[in-house]
Design a protein around this ligand. Sequence first.
Ligand SMILES: [Zn+2]
Length: 183
Amino acid sequence: MSRRCTPRSAGYCPAVELTESIATMKCPFCNHEDTPVLDTRLSEDGRSIRRRRRCEDCDKRFTTYERIELTMPVIVKKNGSRTEFDPAKLRGSLMLALRKRPVSAEALDVAIQSIQDKLLQSGEREVMSGQIGELVMRELKRLDKIAYIRFASVYKSFEDITEFQDAIDEVGQERKNARKRES
Ligand SMILES: [Zn+2]
């Protein structure tokens, strides 16, 4: 499909406005809402887009940038307060759950990295602390059932008690199987 410009008035291109303007980018000089894009350029590293715009009203030109935002989301606690994501704290709570468990430092690093990657990839600017708790539980469940139960017993509410019970049953079953193998 060609994107031919069919101006309704001189200098006004509805096609450009529809496809290239992000909602209405107001003119920083006069607040006018028609600021069509004159020129769009991708940066060398392909991670930002620079757009030159011209105000339809005052004719001034300005530049906007579109960039990828990859920062750790802010953590929203249950009481609504916000706190910065703290990788040391995350490691601390995983290590506490994994105390004296047969899990290597490398496996712990992989788990922490996986949690951080998921938070980054969510693209969210804020996440509830509960979401991080869920990610931690998922990793611990994979790493070590005992550590998972330790963490979940502190973390999970009683509504999730069936899932918790399932994990305990699984551990019980694993122990029974181990005993069978030994005898
Ligand atoms: Zn203007």
